[in-house]
Design a binder for this molecule. Structure first.
Ligand code: UDP
Ligand code: MG
Length: 321
Protein backbone atom coordinates (compact mmCIF):
# COMPACT_ATOMS: atom_id res chain seq x y z
CA UNK A 1 0.00 0.00 0.00
CA UNK A 2 1.17 3.52 -0.72
CA UNK A 3 2.46 5.65 2.11
CA UNK A 4 1.37 9.16 1.22
CA UNK A 5 2.68 12.39 2.72
CA UNK A 6 0.86 15.66 2.18
CA UNK A 7 3.54 18.36 2.36
CA UNK A 8 2.14 21.76 3.22
CA UNK A 9 4.24 24.93 3.58
CA UNK A 10 2.78 27.54 5.92
CA UNK A 11 3.90 31.10 6.51
CA UNK A 12 1.93 33.27 8.93
CA UNK A 13 -1.19 31.21 8.37
CA UNK A 14 -2.76 31.10 11.82
CA UNK A 15 -5.99 32.49 10.34
CA UNK A 16 -6.19 29.70 7.76
CA UNK A 17 -4.85 26.54 9.41
CA UNK A 18 -7.78 25.88 11.78
CA UNK A 19 -10.08 25.88 8.72
CA UNK A 20 -8.02 23.80 6.34
CA UNK A 21 -6.16 21.34 8.60
CA UNK A 22 -9.33 19.28 9.31
CA UNK A 23 -9.92 18.96 5.56
CA UNK A 24 -6.40 17.56 5.02
CA UNK A 25 -6.90 15.09 7.87
CA UNK A 26 -10.32 14.04 6.60
CA UNK A 27 -8.82 13.35 3.19
CA UNK A 28 -6.13 11.10 4.68
CA UNK A 29 -8.70 9.27 6.81
CA UNK A 30 -10.98 8.77 3.82
CA UNK A 31 -8.16 7.37 1.68
CA UNK A 32 -7.06 5.12 4.55
CA UNK A 33 -10.62 3.86 5.03
CA UNK A 34 -10.75 3.08 1.30
CA UNK A 35 -7.55 1.08 1.74
CA UNK A 36 -5.67 3.15 -0.83
CA UNK A 37 -2.97 4.52 1.46
CA UNK A 38 -1.14 2.96 4.39
CA UNK A 39 -1.68 3.83 8.06
CA UNK A 40 1.82 5.37 8.05
CA UNK A 41 0.61 8.21 5.80
CA UNK A 42 0.91 11.69 7.26
CA UNK A 43 0.21 15.39 6.83
CA UNK A 44 3.52 17.25 7.13
CA UNK A 45 3.23 20.96 7.84
CA UNK A 46 6.36 23.04 7.19
CA UNK A 47 6.45 26.25 9.15
CA UNK A 48 8.49 28.67 7.07
CA UNK A 49 9.67 30.79 10.00
CA UNK A 50 6.26 32.26 10.73
CA UNK A 51 6.05 35.20 13.11
CA UNK A 52 2.54 34.43 14.31
CA UNK A 53 1.12 31.41 16.13
CA UNK A 54 1.40 29.02 13.18
CA UNK A 55 4.03 26.75 14.80
CA UNK A 56 2.03 26.61 18.04
CA UNK A 57 -0.99 25.49 16.01
CA UNK A 58 1.06 22.84 14.19
CA UNK A 59 2.60 21.39 17.38
CA UNK A 60 -0.86 21.41 18.94
CA UNK A 61 -2.23 19.41 16.02
CA UNK A 62 0.76 17.04 16.09
CA UNK A 63 0.19 16.35 19.77
CA UNK A 64 -3.52 15.60 19.25
CA UNK A 65 -3.31 13.69 15.99
CA UNK A 66 -0.89 10.90 15.11
CA UNK A 67 -1.52 11.78 11.45
CA UNK A 68 0.09 15.21 11.79
CA UNK A 69 3.80 16.02 11.68
CA UNK A 70 5.49 19.40 11.74
CA UNK A 71 8.78 20.80 10.55
CA UNK A 72 10.01 24.27 11.38
CA UNK A 73 12.64 26.15 9.44
CA UNK A 74 15.13 28.32 11.29
CA UNK A 75 13.77 31.43 9.55
CA UNK A 76 11.60 32.49 6.64
CA UNK A 77 13.19 31.09 3.47
CA UNK A 78 10.30 31.51 1.05
CA UNK A 79 7.71 29.16 -0.35
CA UNK A 80 10.02 27.19 -2.68
CA UNK A 81 12.66 26.45 -0.04
CA UNK A 82 10.03 25.55 2.56
CA UNK A 83 8.40 23.17 0.12
CA UNK A 84 11.73 21.52 -0.72
CA UNK A 85 12.52 21.15 2.99
CA UNK A 86 9.24 19.32 3.49
CA UNK A 87 9.69 17.11 0.44
CA UNK A 88 13.23 16.15 1.46
CA UNK A 89 12.09 15.34 5.01
CA UNK A 90 9.26 13.19 3.66
CA UNK A 91 11.34 11.45 0.98
CA UNK A 92 12.76 8.60 3.09
CA UNK A 93 9.40 7.99 4.78
CA UNK A 94 6.92 8.20 1.93
CA UNK A 95 6.26 6.32 -1.31
CA UNK A 96 4.63 9.43 -2.71
CA UNK A 97 4.20 13.05 -1.63
CA UNK A 98 1.59 15.60 -2.60
CA UNK A 99 2.59 19.22 -2.12
CA UNK A 100 -0.12 21.81 -1.72
CA UNK A 101 -0.84 25.23 -0.23
CA UNK A 102 -2.31 25.46 3.21
CA UNK A 103 -4.85 28.15 2.31
CA UNK A 104 -7.44 25.79 0.80
CA UNK A 105 -6.97 27.14 -2.72
CA UNK A 106 -5.78 23.79 -4.03
CA UNK A 107 -8.81 21.50 -4.09
CA UNK A 108 -7.86 18.61 -1.79
CA UNK A 109 -10.25 16.26 -3.59
CA UNK A 110 -7.91 16.20 -6.58
CA UNK A 111 -5.60 13.98 -4.50
CA UNK A 112 -7.82 10.97 -5.29
CA UNK A 113 -7.26 11.42 -9.01
CA UNK A 114 -3.53 12.01 -8.47
CA UNK A 115 -3.27 8.74 -6.56
CA UNK A 116 -5.06 6.93 -9.37
CA UNK A 117 -2.46 8.25 -11.83
CA UNK A 118 0.34 7.27 -9.45
CA UNK A 119 -1.10 3.75 -9.13
CA UNK A 120 -1.20 3.61 -12.93
CA UNK A 121 2.57 4.13 -12.97
CA UNK A 122 3.15 7.89 -13.12
CA UNK A 123 6.01 9.34 -11.09
CA UNK A 124 4.85 12.95 -11.32
CA UNK A 125 1.24 14.13 -11.43
CA UNK A 126 0.67 17.85 -12.00
CA UNK A 127 -2.36 19.58 -10.54
CA UNK A 128 -3.53 21.99 -13.22
CA UNK A 129 -6.12 24.72 -12.69
CA UNK A 130 -9.02 24.28 -15.03
CA UNK A 131 -10.68 27.47 -13.91
CA UNK A 132 -9.41 30.77 -12.56
CA UNK A 133 -12.75 32.47 -12.07
CA UNK A 134 -12.07 32.81 -8.34
CA UNK A 135 -8.97 34.95 -9.01
CA UNK A 136 -9.23 38.68 -9.65
CA UNK A 137 -8.98 39.84 -13.27
CA UNK A 138 -5.59 41.38 -12.45
CA UNK A 139 -4.24 38.14 -10.95
CA UNK A 140 -5.50 36.21 -13.98
CA UNK A 141 -3.87 38.61 -16.41
CA UNK A 142 -0.53 38.68 -14.58
CA UNK A 143 -0.57 34.89 -14.17
CA UNK A 144 -1.13 34.41 -17.90
CA UNK A 145 1.67 36.88 -18.68
CA UNK A 146 3.87 34.97 -16.25
CA UNK A 147 3.46 31.59 -18.00
CA UNK A 148 3.83 33.15 -21.46
CA UNK A 149 7.04 34.90 -20.44
CA UNK A 150 8.42 31.72 -18.92
CA UNK A 151 7.81 29.60 -22.00
CA UNK A 152 9.07 32.33 -24.34
CA UNK A 153 12.24 32.52 -22.28
CA UNK A 154 12.80 28.81 -22.67
CA UNK A 155 11.70 27.53 -19.26
CA UNK A 156 9.71 24.36 -19.74
CA UNK A 157 6.78 24.34 -17.34
CA UNK A 158 3.20 23.12 -17.24
CA UNK A 159 0.68 25.86 -17.99
CA UNK A 160 -1.44 26.90 -15.00
CA UNK A 161 0.28 24.42 -12.73
CA UNK A 162 1.56 25.91 -9.48
CA UNK A 163 3.10 23.68 -6.85
CA UNK A 164 0.20 21.29 -6.35
CA UNK A 165 1.67 18.00 -7.49
CA UNK A 166 2.25 14.40 -6.61
CA UNK A 167 5.81 13.08 -6.75
CA UNK A 168 6.95 9.51 -6.25
CA UNK A 169 9.99 8.73 -4.14
CA UNK A 170 11.98 8.08 -7.29
CA UNK A 171 11.09 11.53 -8.65
CA UNK A 172 12.01 13.12 -5.31
CA UNK A 173 15.39 11.39 -5.37
CA UNK A 174 15.86 12.84 -8.83
CA UNK A 175 14.95 16.29 -7.55
CA UNK A 176 17.38 15.87 -4.64
CA UNK A 177 20.18 15.50 -7.19
CA UNK A 178 19.57 19.05 -8.42
CA UNK A 179 21.89 21.02 -6.17
CA UNK A 180 21.02 24.56 -7.25
CA UNK A 181 20.30 27.17 -4.60
CA UNK A 182 17.96 29.33 -6.68
CA UNK A 183 14.86 27.21 -6.61
CA UNK A 184 12.09 27.24 -9.15
CA UNK A 185 10.49 23.86 -8.54
CA UNK A 186 7.88 24.21 -11.29
CA UNK A 187 10.67 24.40 -13.83
CA UNK A 188 12.90 21.79 -12.18
CA UNK A 189 10.38 18.97 -11.84
CA UNK A 190 9.86 18.61 -15.62
CA UNK A 191 13.67 18.29 -15.91
CA UNK A 192 13.57 15.30 -13.55
CA UNK A 193 11.56 13.47 -16.17
CA UNK A 194 9.88 10.06 -15.70
CA UNK A 195 6.29 9.41 -16.68
CA UNK A 196 3.97 12.26 -15.79
CA UNK A 197 0.37 13.26 -16.23
CA UNK A 198 -2.01 16.01 -15.21
CA UNK A 199 -5.11 16.24 -13.06
CA UNK A 200 -7.49 19.17 -13.39
CA UNK A 201 -9.08 21.03 -10.49
CA UNK A 202 -10.91 24.25 -9.79
CA UNK A 203 -8.95 26.80 -7.80
CA UNK A 204 -11.04 28.29 -5.03
CA UNK A 205 -10.50 31.60 -3.24
CA UNK A 206 -8.28 31.76 -0.16
CA UNK A 207 -10.19 30.60 2.94
CA UNK A 208 -8.75 33.41 5.08
CA UNK A 209 -5.66 35.61 5.40
CA UNK A 210 -3.84 37.29 2.54
CA UNK A 211 -1.80 36.14 -0.44
CA UNK A 212 1.97 36.23 0.01
CA UNK A 213 2.46 36.58 -3.73
CA UNK A 214 1.81 40.19 -4.75
CA UNK A 215 2.93 41.35 -8.20
CA UNK A 216 6.45 42.21 -7.04
CA UNK A 217 7.11 38.73 -5.64
CA UNK A 218 5.59 37.14 -8.73
CA UNK A 219 7.97 39.14 -10.94
CA UNK A 220 10.87 38.12 -8.70
CA UNK A 221 9.83 34.48 -9.04
CA UNK A 222 9.69 34.87 -12.83
CA UNK A 223 13.15 36.47 -13.03
CA UNK A 224 14.53 33.80 -10.71
CA UNK A 225 12.92 31.01 -12.71
CA UNK A 226 14.22 32.35 -16.01
CA UNK A 227 17.76 33.14 -14.94
CA UNK A 228 18.21 29.88 -13.05
CA UNK A 229 16.77 27.59 -15.73
CA UNK A 230 17.44 29.25 -19.06
CA UNK A 231 20.23 31.08 -20.89
CA UNK A 232 17.82 32.42 -23.49
CA UNK A 233 18.18 36.07 -22.30
CA UNK A 234 21.94 35.81 -23.01
CA UNK A 235 21.18 34.57 -26.51
CA UNK A 236 18.66 37.37 -26.97
CA UNK A 237 21.38 39.86 -26.05
CA UNK A 238 23.59 38.42 -28.74
CA UNK A 239 20.75 38.65 -31.26
CA UNK A 240 20.01 42.22 -30.15
CA UNK A 241 23.69 43.11 -30.45
CA UNK A 242 23.80 41.69 -33.97
CA UNK A 243 20.66 43.59 -34.94
CA UNK A 244 21.92 46.87 -33.54
CA UNK A 245 25.33 46.41 -35.21
CA UNK A 246 23.66 45.73 -38.53
CA UNK A 247 21.53 48.88 -38.29
CA UNK A 248 24.61 50.88 -37.23
CA UNK A 249 26.54 49.60 -40.25
CA UNK A 250 23.78 50.77 -42.60
CA UNK A 251 23.72 54.14 -40.86
CA UNK A 252 27.49 54.51 -41.13
CA UNK A 253 27.35 53.80 -44.87
CA UNK A 254 24.44 56.19 -45.23
CA UNK A 255 26.20 58.99 -43.36
CA UNK A 256 29.39 58.48 -45.41
CA UNK A 257 27.38 58.73 -48.60
CA UNK A 258 25.76 61.90 -47.29
CA UNK A 259 29.18 63.25 -46.33
CA UNK A 260 30.60 62.83 -49.83
CA UNK A 261 27.51 63.73 -51.86
CA UNK A 262 26.25 66.91 -50.22
CA UNK A 263 27.14 69.22 -47.37
CA UNK A 264 26.16 67.66 -44.04
CA UNK A 265 24.33 69.84 -41.56
CA UNK A 266 24.93 69.57 -37.83
CA UNK A 267 22.79 66.58 -36.87
CA UNK A 268 22.38 67.03 -33.16
CA UNK A 269 19.05 65.19 -32.81
CA UNK A 270 20.06 62.11 -34.74
CA UNK A 271 23.31 61.93 -32.78
CA UNK A 272 21.43 62.19 -29.49
CA UNK A 273 19.04 59.45 -30.56
CA UNK A 274 21.83 57.06 -31.44
CA UNK A 275 23.79 57.74 -28.26
CA UNK A 276 20.74 57.42 -26.01
CA UNK A 277 19.55 54.27 -27.74
CA UNK A 278 22.91 52.56 -27.62
CA UNK A 279 23.44 53.65 -24.02
CA UNK A 280 20.09 52.18 -23.03
CA UNK A 281 20.68 48.91 -24.84
CA UNK A 282 24.13 48.52 -23.33
CA UNK A 283 22.93 49.18 -19.80
CA UNK A 284 20.09 46.71 -20.23
CA UNK A 285 22.49 44.04 -21.44
CA UNK A 286 24.91 44.70 -18.62
CA UNK A 287 21.94 44.35 -16.24
CA UNK A 288 21.02 40.95 -17.65
CA UNK A 289 24.63 39.81 -17.42
CA UNK A 290 24.71 41.07 -13.84
CA UNK A 291 21.65 39.01 -13.03
CA UNK A 292 23.47 35.86 -14.13
CA UNK A 293 26.70 36.81 -12.38
CA UNK A 294 24.69 37.35 -9.20
CA UNK A 295 23.23 33.86 -9.57
CA UNK A 296 26.68 32.34 -10.11
CA UNK A 297 27.92 34.19 -7.03
CA UNK A 298 25.14 32.75 -4.89
CA UNK A 299 25.57 29.23 -6.30
CA UNK A 300 29.34 29.31 -5.75
CA UNK A 301 28.88 30.22 -2.12
CA UNK A 302 26.94 26.98 -1.68
CA UNK A 303 24.92 28.14 1.28
CA UNK A 304 22.32 25.72 2.63
CA UNK A 305 18.89 26.19 1.08
CA UNK A 306 17.20 25.90 4.47
CA UNK A 307 17.94 24.86 8.04
CA UNK A 308 15.51 22.85 10.12
CA UNK A 309 15.02 24.26 13.59
CA UNK A 310 12.51 21.80 15.00
CA UNK A 311 10.74 18.73 13.77
CA UNK A 312 8.17 16.36 15.20
CA UNK A 313 9.54 13.69 12.85
CA UNK A 314 12.91 13.67 14.62
CA UNK A 315 11.28 13.59 18.06
CA UNK A 316 9.37 10.45 17.09
CA UNK A 317 12.43 8.85 15.50
CA UNK A 318 14.39 9.41 18.68
CA UNK A 319 11.56 7.99 20.79
CA UNK A 320 11.61 4.86 18.67
CA UNK A 321 15.36 4.30 19.04
N1 UDP B 1 4.40 30.43 1.88
C1 UDP B 1 5.58 30.03 2.53
N2 UDP B 1 6.60 30.95 2.67
C2 UDP B 1 6.52 32.24 2.19
C3 UDP B 1 5.33 32.62 1.51
C4 UDP B 1 4.30 31.70 1.37
O1 UDP B 1 5.70 28.89 2.96
O2 UDP B 1 7.47 33.00 2.38
C5 UDP B 1 3.30 29.46 1.71
C6 UDP B 1 1.93 29.94 2.14
O3 UDP B 1 1.72 29.71 3.52
C7 UDP B 1 1.00 29.12 1.27
C8 UDP B 1 1.79 28.94 0.00
O4 UDP B 1 3.15 29.19 0.33
O5 UDP B 1 0.71 27.85 1.83
C9 UDP B 1 1.33 29.83 -1.13
O6 UDP B 1 1.29 31.18 -0.71
P1 UDP B 1 0.04 32.14 -1.00
O7 UDP B 1 -1.23 31.40 -0.81
O8 UDP B 1 0.23 33.36 -0.19
O9 UDP B 1 0.26 32.48 -2.54
P2 UDP B 1 -0.85 32.55 -3.72
O10 UDP B 1 -1.72 31.33 -3.58
O11 UDP B 1 -1.60 33.80 -3.53
O12 UDP B 1 -0.05 32.53 -5.00
MG1 MG C 1 -2.70 30.79 -2.04
Amino acid sequence: MTTLYLVIPCYNEEAVLPHTAPAFLDKLRQLQAEGRISPASRVLFVDDGSRDGTWRLITGLAADETLVEGLRLSRNRGHQNALLAGLMAAMPLADATVSLDCDGQDDIDAVDAMLTEYEAGCDVVYGVRSDRSSDSAFKRLTARGFYRLMSWMGVESVYDHADYRLMSRRALEGLAAFKEKNLYLRGMVPLVGYRSSSVYYTRSPRVAGESHYPLGKMLALAVNGITSLSVKPLKLITALGLGVSFISLIMIIWSLIRHFTDATVSGWSSLMCVILFLGGVQLLCVGVLGEYIGKIYLEVKGRPRYLVAESTLEAKEMAEE
